[in-house]
Design a protein around this ligand. Structure first.
Ligand code: ZN
Length: 117
């Protein structure tokens, strides 16, 4: 038996997804699609400095238009910045911006509280 539960993040090949249901030995991506749990790896999560949810990749450093904007999860990086922090088509071109490049706020945990060693 696995210890998978709803809300875990699973990784299989180059895909990662949030488990919405555990049906027998299958981890469900949505109501009709799932993967065998034994083929999936559980992803490490940590608290995102922006949305404060436990997310994978939450401690990845993000850049928008070439400017460091802090560490946050994929969703925050994607939704929060016009160039999606390069998650879609790469970094935005600073020449396309008509505003100041300085980010207003850094989203970052003050201390590495979740790293024990
Ligand atoms: Zn987030």
């Amino acid at each position: 038996m696995s210890d998978w539960k709803v809300g875990d993040y699973a990784e299989i090949e180059d895909l990662d997804f949030k488990v919405v249901a555990v049906l027998g030995e299958f981890l469900m991506v949505d109501e009709v699609h799932g993967y065998k749990a034994e083929a999936c790896r559980k992803m490490e999560t940590s608290e995102c400095g922006r949305c404060h949810e436990q997310k994978p990749h939450a401690r990845q450093e993000r850049h928008s238009f070439g400017v460091y904007v802090g560490k946050m999860c994929d969703d925050c990086a994607y939704d929060g910045y016009r160039d999606h922090c390069g998650l879609e088509d790469g970094q935005g071109d600073p020449q396309d911006l008509d505003e100041d490049l300085e980010p207003e706020e850094y989203y970052e945990m003050g201390l590495d509280m979740v790293e024990y060693f």
